[in-house]
Design a protein around this ligand. Structure first.
Ligand code: GLY
Ligand code: MN
Ligand code: MN
Length: 437
């Protein structure tokens, strides 16, 4: 759990970066209707959560650095016993000050009257333009209401700045408490993958394996951090396979890409294993190659290495292995130069991980890949995908898709693999599956 003091520290840091003449405005995620009066499960906006820890919709955070009567102002829903009987408790304005550490809190219904007064006199507005059109229009309305009073001496802001530059750089460096939550999220996901491996049998459906994942997530109070991919056989070659409804065949591999979200922090794990518990020689050859690429890549997740270095490491190992297996012709150097691996491996080797699965933060600075630093968390997820209709490939390899994905913290020392709770060595997977009841 993240204490209110840590959220306060983040807000202070953001205000320092924004400067004394700025105002920062961040909105809570809106509720989304699924149909009639049923809603999609509510998930707070990650930026809003990062700055408040407040989980309700209909809220807006305004940071007004240096403002005497209070710098941190929350607009939120008021307490309402009648509504709370239906929807559950609300924090309310008094609670926002008492428990969330806000300097001041006002009813969200009063925002049109109050927010223009906070904007007035500030030169710069930091805000996520274009994320929510409805909120964009409201903001324009508030700014215009300040402009309308110029002749009465009001000074409207004249700079509008994307908030992401500042805020997303903060989010890239995980605190000790965030890392604690991420380890827990990864541990839950690893346990879910073990449960899925143990449950898998030929003849089952992909959705039955998905059910094992969801069961393990919910048992620990987590939800999926994205819709799990459970792809048997050639379905593993469909990178964003989502149907999860095909029967699992004896002799096929099963690719499971599933992560948990625990207290808003995501994990993202992929394992590929034989439906019947034993790899065929062809599956094993490709599997061991992907694993070697993944291990080489993880070894590059160190401070001072460029973000791209671990992708390049994976590509080198994969290319060498593909040449050795006869799947690529010509020398290793020529194949590396010509990026021929892309026939079999068409995505990057990873991404930032945090509150979002594909977490925020720039990958490049001034056009160059940025260097890894302690506290950053990445996924490392090389794969090989040999679609059934891939030409020029021996039949024995076609229809095999493999990815191995772990979550790795950059530390001052060795890379910390926080998703290690589920085996990935082929022998270890076979041993785990052989021990199934
Ligand atoms: N599950 C999405 C990804 O691996 O990036
Ligand atoms: Mn994944
Ligand atoms: Mn991933």
């Amino acid at each position: 759990m993240i204490e209110p003091q840590e959220y306060a520290r983040r807000r202070r840091q953001l205000m320092r970066m924004a400067g004394p003449d700025a105002i920062v405005i961040v909105a809570a995620a809106p509720e989304r209707v699924r149909n009639h009066d049923a809603h999609y499960p509510y998930r707070q906006d990650s930026d809003f959560h990062y700055l408040t820890g407040f989980g309700e919709p209909d809220a807006v955070l305004a940071l007004v650095p240096g403002r005497g009567p209070g710098e941190v102002i929350l607009f939120c829903r008021e307490r309402d016993p009648e509504r709370e009987r239906w929807d559950g408790p609300r924090v309310g304005t008094e609670g926002a000050v008492a428990t969330l550490g806000m300097d001041d809190a006002f009813p969200i219904d009063d925002i049109d009257d109050i927010l223009p007064g906070l904007i007035e006199g500030r030169t710069r507005v930091y805000y996520h333009f274009g994320r929510d059109t409805e909120f964009d229009l409201k903001l324009i309305g508030w700014v215009n209401s300040v402009r309308a009073r110029v002749r009465q001496g009001a000074t409207p802001p004249h700079e509008f700045v994307a908030l992401s530059h500042l805020l997303h750089d903060l989010r890239l460096y995980k605190s000790r408490n965030e890392l604690r939550l991420m380890r827990k999220s990864a541990k839950i996901a690893a346990e879910a993958h073990v449960q899925a491996m143990r449950a898998t049998r030929p003849g089952m459906s992909e959705h039955e394996v998905e059910a094992e994942l969801l069961h393990a997530f919910r048992r620990h109070g987590a939800v999926p951090s994205y819709e799990p991919i459970v792809g048997g056989g050639a379905n593993a070659c469909v990178l964003h396979y989502r149907a999860n409804n095909a029967p699992l065949r004896d002799g096929d591999l099963l690719l499971v890409d599933a992560g948990a979200e625990y207290e808003c922090y995501a994990s993202d794990i992929t394992r590929t294993f034989p439906v019947n518990g034993r790899f065929t020689p062809e599956q094993r050859a490709l599997y061991d190659l992907v694993l070697a690429a993944q291990l080489a890549a993880i070894d590059e997740v160190r401070p001072g290495r460029s973000f791209d270095a671990y992708h390049e490491a994976a590509v080198r190992v994969l290319t060498k292995g593909l040449v050795k297996l006869g799947l690529l012709a010509g020398s290793v150097e020529k194949n590396l130069r010509e990026h021929t691996y892309r026939t079999f491996y068409m995505h990057k080797t990873g991404h930032w991980l945090g509150l979002d699965v594909h977490d925020v933060g720039d990958y490049r600075i001034d056009g160059q890949f940025r260097q890894l630093e302690p506290g950053m968390v990445v996924t490392v997820e090389p794969g090989l995908y040999l679609a059934p209709d891939l030409k020029g490939v021996p039949a024995k390899y076609r229809g095999i898709g493999i990815r191995i994905e772990d979550d790795v913290v950059v530390t001052r020392d060795e890379p910390e693999v926080i998703s290690a709770g589920v085996p990935k060595d082929a022998d270890a997977i076979e041993a785990l599956m052989a021990a199934r009841a």
